[in-house]
Design a protein around this ligand. Structure first.
Ligand SMILES: NC(=O)c1ccc[n+]([C@@H]2O[C@H](COP(=O)([O-])OP(=O)(O)OC[C@H]3O[C@@H](n4cnc5c(N)ncnc54)[C@H](O)[C@@H]3O)[C@@H](O)[C@H]2O)c1
Length: 266
């Protein structure tokens, strides 16, 4: 039971916490005792995640914010302090997926991807770090397998996720002496609204799910809870000597030489 309360007296701020991976992170941290501020632009889903946490014995609040806007990020950090009095954990998950090559990606879309997937982390951390210094807090960023390998037509997303590893390492070294640990998690395919959106772009969405399953040597895609578990580990004292790391949580997706898909057990 002790491990279930490892975040007692801790306050977590979770961006992208309304849906998908961020929602799973919010629920898990709250279940283990953290008071959680969900920071997201999706209000209906955010309030629903908040209600679910509060109705199952946890403590959560929601703030509507666009994390690609510095003032919104500053206000969200202030809300965490106003509501809960301190800040210990920042989990950055807000992100979008867009498709295109350098030629086909409009500049506006390139900027949108960079601003939401990358600059938001700069904004959130810029706002949060002065307070994390007081608590010797920790930051966990959500990157992707696409920080290591890529596919055709995902130029902006891949670039943003590669850069997020650089930002994670930079912050890890800059704030190590303040006792702040900074890490990131790189998932393979996860069953979330983001994947549903990607599948909906295909005339046969089911075939996208099948292809994703077959790409992973474990033969399936991840449940968001499996990613949240690793975020919780990195945010906890159990990871007290881990900083500047990127944990792959990809069901073996990056293992095969030549990107060989799984076709059978043999
Ligand atoms: N689903 C996957 O297969 C997968 C794989 C690897 C990495 N990731 C990464 O994990 C993170 C979460 O992905 P997900 O699959 O849960 O996505 P999702 O679309 O299901 O959820 C993303 C959340 O971020 C919020 N958000 C987006 N832009 C925002 C903004 N400007 N301001 C505030 N909130 C914003 C959305 O409202 C949503 O609640 C993303 O960074 C994504 O790139 C996802």
């Amino acid at each position: 039971m002790e491990s279930q309360l490892e975040f007692e007296n801790k306050v977590a701020m979770v961006t992208g916490g309304s849906m998908g991976i961020g929602s799973a992170v919010s629920k898990l941290l709250a279940k283990r005792g953290a008071r959680v501020l969900i920071v997201d632009r999706a209000q209906v889903e955010g309030l629903e995640t908040t209600r679910m946490i509060n109705s199952t014995g946890g403590v959560a609040a929601f703030v509507k914010a666009d994390v690609s806007n510095l003032e919104d990020c500053q206000a969200a950090v202030q809300k965490a302090l106003d509501f809960f009095g301190r800040l210990d954990i920042v989990s950055n998950n807000a992100g979008i997926q867009r498709y295109g090559t350098v030629e086909s990606t409009p500049e506006k879309e390139w900027d949108e991807v960079m601003n939401i997937n990358l600059k938001s982390v700069f904004y959130v951390c810029k706002s949060a770090i002065p307070h994390l210094k007081k608590t010797k807090g920790t930051i966990v960023n959500m990157t992707s397998v696409q920080a290591f390998a890529t596919q055709r037509g995902v130029a902006a997303y891949t670039t943003s996720k590669h850069a997020l590893i650089g930002l994670t390492k930079s912050m890890a070294i800059d704030y190590a002496y303040d006792g702040i640990r900074v890490n990131c998690v790189a998932p393979g395919t996860v069953d979330t609204p983001m994947l549903q959106y990607a599948a909906s772009l295909d005339p046969n969405p089911e075939s996208v799910y099948e292809a994703c399953k077959n790409m992973h040597p474990l033969g399936r895609i991840a449940n968001p809870d499996e990613i949240a578990e690793v975020v919780a580990f990195l945010a906890s004292e159990r990871a007290s000597f881990v900083t500047g790391a990127c944990y792959l949580v990809d069901g073996g997706l990056l293992l095969p030489i030549g990107g060989e898909p799984k076709t059978s057990k043999d």
